[in-house]
Design a protein around this ligand. Structure first.
Ligand code: IMP
Length: 192
């Protein structure tokens, strides 16, 4: 049995990703390895923060580990909120606050192009590997739908007339940023 830490405290994410893993891989959460400290995301890029989190766990706890980081990049805003997606409206603000600020900053903008990007950093033995998943779409004019979380109600993927918050989760997983990045990780681990 191979063991990997998935650098998250989120049990839903853990369960979801464990169910996708090959049978010989067991995932441990940060809670499982008793890592309760906040790992500060101080890098200027999504990729940098994924690598920072994975390196931190590998160096301090010694496990093989993967960490993910996600951001929404909006063309008309020069790639913002990007690495600041979680705290766009401020440190202790809600998803709804972030969405509201985004819609406000997009008022009057004709170019609505955006993309979600997930980067997964894997520290395995002495090497670090990076896997990226991107989905392109547009920012809608209003918030629509109740599925999902974060910026889902204002992101309409290309080829669809609904937002991520209107589409079934299975569709989002299939075409979405996180699903694509994890598929690359799984392919890599299955063949390693
Ligand atoms: P994290 O790296 O997964 O913590 O994501 C950073 C921020 O990006 C979150 O706080 C969400 O606001 C946003 N985000 C991440 N993934 C998604 C998604 O799949 N849909 C909508 N928003 C997301």
């Amino acid at each position: 049995m191979r063991e990997f830490v998935f650098a998250t405290h989120n049990h839903n994410k853990m369960r979801e990703i464990q169910s996708l893993m090959p049978d010989d891989i067991k995932l441990l959460s940060l809670d499982d390895i008793k890592c309760f400290e906040d790992i500060e995301e101080t890098e200027a890029t999504i990729e940098g923060n994924a690598i920072l989190k994975a390196n931190y766990i590998k160096e301090k706890y010694g496990y093989n580990v993967f960490a993910d980081d996600t951001g929404l990049e909006v063309k008309a805003l020069g790639g913002q909120p990007g690495v600041y997606s979680a705290r766009y409206a401020g440190n202790h603000k809600s998803d709804a606050d972030n969405v509201q600020l985004l819609l406000r900053n997009m008022e009057g903008k004709t170019n609505r192009e955006a993309q979600f990007k997930t980067v997964i950093a894997l520290c395995l033995d002495d090497a670090t590997y990076v896997f990226e998943g991107i989905v392109k779409g547009i920012i809608t004019n209003t918030s629509v739908g109740t599925n999902g979380f974060g910026y889902d109600p204002v992101f309409q993927p290309n080829g669809f007339s609904e937002t991520f918050a209107q589409l079934p989760l299975a569709t989002k997983n299939e075409i979405g940023h996180r699903g694509k990045a994890f598929k690359k990780l799984l392919d890599f681990l299955e063949n390693y």
